[in-house]
Design a protein around this ligand. Structure first.
Ligand SMILES: CC(C)(COP(=O)(O)OP(=O)(O)OC[C@H]1O[C@@H](n2cnc3c(N)ncnc32)[C@H](O)[C@@H]1OP(=O)(O)O)[C@@H](O)C(=O)NCCC(=O)NCCS
Length: 147
């Protein structure tokens, strides 16, 4: 499972891979500590989260330039998290290719419930089929990271 690749949505010269062994934890943890949602996460916390997720990396000449992960029961529910493209590589379709590859993963495609949270990237996810929660009053949270 972890070595399955998802290149169908890849942008030329870039590769999207679900091979967990290729993940560069320095890049992923390094970016997340600068993100509005992941500040303060330790390397160990990030490593544990990745170990329990379907991870997607974007690679250019073998170097990681983007990341996203899916938390799922593989039957009913999936949650997309920690999606990013490094600043120098943005604006060329990698974010959309990544999200589409994530939604096209065989363990996620067609699941009845797919959720994510975003502060300002609604336009990205809308292009991949997401809509604002139709009945947000039906969604409740116990603890949600701030920001
Ligand atoms: C969001 C992000 C992953 C997009 O990656 P990208 O490779 O630049 O995305 P793409 O080139 O595929 O294009 C994204 C599209 O979504 C749109 N969009 C809407 N809101 C956006 C936002 N907050 N950031 C980036 N793009 C946004 C863009 O305008 C673009 O639309 P277009 O194709 O009509 O021009 C990247 O900007 C990033 O890593 N941002 C910082 C981390 C972040 O906010 N991640 C999302 C957390 S929910």
């Amino acid at each position: 499972m972890s070595s399955r690749r998802s290149t169908r949505h890849a942008v030329p010269d870039f590769e999207i891979s679900t091979d967990r062994s290729r993940i560069d934890l320095d890049v992923v943890h390094g970016f997340l500590t600068t993100s509005y949602w992941g500040q303060g996460r330790t390397r160990e916390t990030v490593e544990r989260a990745l170990a329990n997720s379907i991870c997607f990396g974007i690679y250019k000449d073998g170097a990681q330039v983007g990341f996203g992960r899916i938390v799922t029961d593989r039957a009913i529910f999936a949650y997309l998290a920690d999606i990013f493209v490094l600043p120098g590589y943005r604006g060329r379709g990698l974010g959309k290719a990544l999200v589409r590859a994530m939604l096209d993963h065989p363990d996620v495609r067609g699941l009845p419930a797919v959720l994510l949270r975003t502060r300002d990237a609604h336009g990205l996810y809308a292009q991949c089929g997401f809509e604002p929660a139709i009945r947000p009053d039906e969604l409740m949270t116990l603890r949600v990271w701030s920001a």
